[in-house]
Design a protein around this ligand. Structure first.
Ligand SMILES: C[S@@+](CC[C@H](N)C(=O)[O-])C[C@H]1O[C@@H](n2cnc3c(N)ncnc32)[C@H](O)[C@@H]1O
Length: 271
């Protein structure tokens, strides 16, 4: 039986995907591929901002990093297990609100956030709906920064995947040896990506034109979009100062009730 080159690539990729999941590294060598790109994502963001939304926050590691720069962070996840883990971590930054719910459906004001991030979560949602929603929620001049999974289909996708599969345990050994290892979160909902990089680029052009989409080594891409600023609009610093007047400060030792666990929009959301 003869196979087209495309189907040969697909079979090779299936094999790689099977190997990635079936050849399980020893627990002490497993590491968090998402966290590996946290510093890259942080470099795409302004040094200070008023409100940030982290979509699909999981156990909350990135939301905590955002909270060091933001006046207020809304960290949303569909999974009650993830929100419980995020809530259980200590200490709790007073400026994070953990919200259990669907980030695409929560009642949130348009143009509410200066920063919207999504790490390994966009492939759980219809891509067009997610990007449209992010644009709707982003204020003028804000930044959307996504780290995502794509479905490999091209020769270069497969070559990079193969290289990453070899590099993966080497990085695991190096991280374990240098004490830098961050183990991946447990019980995290995962899903295989359905969209290819070409489809992601096309969707980005439709909803967030001018986005910069980059393919990264460890099975991920990043998408960064800086929304156009509206002439005469208040500056990011103005908005930060205005928001500081009505939100808990990141440095204060405010009440832990600032972390609200709710699937319903809060009164503040409704304002
Ligand atoms: C692979 S995990 C990544 C978690 C976290 N961002 C990290 O880097 O560790 C994807 C997360 O997205 C969440 N998720 C999926 N669809 C969602 C939605 N519509 N709204 C909010 N969260 C969602 C899942 O519950 C899951 O916790």
């Amino acid at each position: 039986m003869s196979h087209s080159p495309r189907s040969a690539w697909e079979r090779a990729n299936d094999r790689l995907a099977r190997e990635r999941t079936s050849v399980r590294m020893p627990d002490r060598l497993r590491w968090d591929h998402n966290a590996h790109y946290h510093s890259y994502l942080l470099r795409q963001l302004p040094p200070r901002f008023a409100r940030a939304l982290d979509v699909g926050c999981g156990a909350g590691a990135f939301a905590r990093l955002l909270a060091r720069r933001a006046a207020a962070v809304d960290a949303v996840d569909l999974s009650p297990v993830m929100i419980a883990q995020a809530n259980a971590a200590s200490p709790q930054p007073p400026n994070i609100r953990w919200v259990e719910g669907d980030a695409l459906a929560l009642a949130l004001d348009p143009e509410r956030y200066e920063v919207i991030t999504a790490i390994a979560s966009v492939h759980h949602m219809p891509l067009d709906d997610a990007l449209r929603r992010f644009r709707h929620l982003l204020c003028p001049g804000g930044v959307v920064a996504i780290l995502g999974h794509y479905r490999p289909v091209t020769a270069s996708d497969y070559a990079l995947s193969a290289f990453a599969t070899i590099a993966n345990p080497i990085v695991g050994v190096w991280q374990a040896a240098t004490g830098r290892r961050l183990p991946p979160p447990v019980d995290m909902p995962v899903r295989d990506p359905a969209t290819t990089l070409a489809e992601i680029n096309a969707a980005a052009e439709r909803h967030l034109p001018g986005s910069i989409v980059r393919r990264h080594l460890f099975y991920r891409y990043s998408l960064v979009w800086r929304g156009p600023a509206v002439e005469g609009d208040s500056t990011a610093i103005d908005r930060l100062l205005a928001s500081l007047a009505d939100t808990p400060t990141p440095t204060g030792d405010g009440p832990s009730s600032a972390a609200i666990r709710s699937s319903e929009p809060s009164e503040e959301d409704e304002r």
